[in-house]
Write a protein that binds this ligand. Structure first.
Ligand code: SF4
Length: 326
């Protein structure tokens, strides 16, 4: 294994099965994270972002979800092969997750400080007093006075609750933090505060972050590299500059074209026409072909391979030269 790689996902395929259909949620994803790096995973609702994060932590709904194939190597070990007991030592400790809605992530009838202290006690040999002391420090680290340790979630605003969730996730200084749309449920000013806080804490703890979002503004403010996901496949991957300055896949270009621009005289936004394909019935060829303005017969017949456009910048498209010239 490359020593710089903290986590490496190889050819991950995940499906959800019901009595009469199979949802192809993640279709051959490859992704790696270097220590200290923040990777943005960007895509529409239903593209497979949360399923990837849940696969890493092995908290997919059972028995409906199944990891059909692939490897998730964390510090060289395949998480998919570990026993449940071994996974419990990693979850919340070496790998932690921040969920989208802080209200459902917190227990409404437990004091917030106790919820953080519980996470600390689970993974460390500490006395209750030491756990409480560390929990107070964590609260202060995220900008909440330690004196609020004994309060309940309903006594906090939305932004403050998300800070508590962040404190809980970071309590054991995880090496990898999975942040699933951590600011989506917050209003814009609080969003900015929470992002600033995450940036500062990440620097302090040198954690690696997977930032799941559909918001390119969030990506621009916090990520080092970006993976664009469409219908369960990474269609473009590169550094922040690769994606923002040299977006190459027609879907990525479409995402940027649909954003409002301050200096544009255009009165209407340009949305990407159509919808993502039905995940129970994906197209035979390129999964974006029904919405792509460049599509040709080959796109409907075959799946495009990933090509490296420039060092570290990867795109999955047959007609990349045409797209660039167009
Ligand atoms: Fe569009 Fe074809 Fe490229 Fe798919 S492979 S994104 S359909 S041009």
């Amino acid at each position: 294994m490359d020593n710089n790689k903290l986590l490496e996902i190889k050819n991950l395929v995940v499906q959800y099965e019901s009595d009469d259909s199979v949802v192809h949620a993640v279709n051959g994803v490859n992704l790696s994270f270097r220590s200290g790096e923040t990777v943005g995973l960007v895509g529409e609702t239903g593209a497979g972002k949360t399923t990837i994060a849940r696969s890493i932590l092995r908290i997919l709904p059972s028995p409906q979800a199944e990891v059909v194939s692939g490897e998730i190597l964390f510090e060289g070990e395949d998480l998919l092969k570990l026993s449940e007991k071994e996974m419990r030592k990693i979850r919340g400790n070496k790998i932690a997750m921040i969920f989208q809605d802080p209200m459902t992530a917190l227990n409404p009838i437990e004091r917030v400080g106790d919820q953080i202290a519980e996470a600390i006690s689970l993974h460390n040999r500490v006395t209750p007093a030491e756990a409480e002391e560390r929990a107070i420090k964590m609260l202060e680290m995220v900008g909440i006075p330690g004196s609020r340790y004994s309060e309940y979630p309903h006594q906090f605003s939305g932004g403050m609750k998300q800070r508590v969730v962040i404190a809980m996730a970071l309590a054991c200084k995880p090496e990898l933090l999975l942040a699933d749309e951590p600011t989506t449920a917050l209003d814009v000013t609080i969003q900015a505060q929470v992002l600033e806080l995450m940036k500062a804490l990440k620097k302090q703890l040198n954690s690696c972050v997977l930032m799941i979002t559909h918001d390119l503004g969030v990506v621009a403010s916090i990520c080092d590299s970006v993976a664009v996901i469409y219908a369960g496949e990474i269609v473009e991957y590169g550094s922040l500059a690769d994606i923002f300055d040299y977006a190459s896949h027609p879907y990525t270009k479409g995402l940027f074209a649909s954003l409002p621009k301050l200096n544009s005289k255009e009165r209407r936004l340009k949305p990407i026409k159509g919808l993502m394909p039905d995940p129970t019935n994906l197209p035979k060829g390129c999964s974006f072909c029904e919405r792509c303005g460049y599509a040709k017969d080959i796109c409907r017949e075959k799946k495009p391979e990933t090509i490296e456009m420039s060092p570290g910048h990867y795109v999955k498209c047959f007609l990349i030269e045409e797209v660039q010239n167009g």
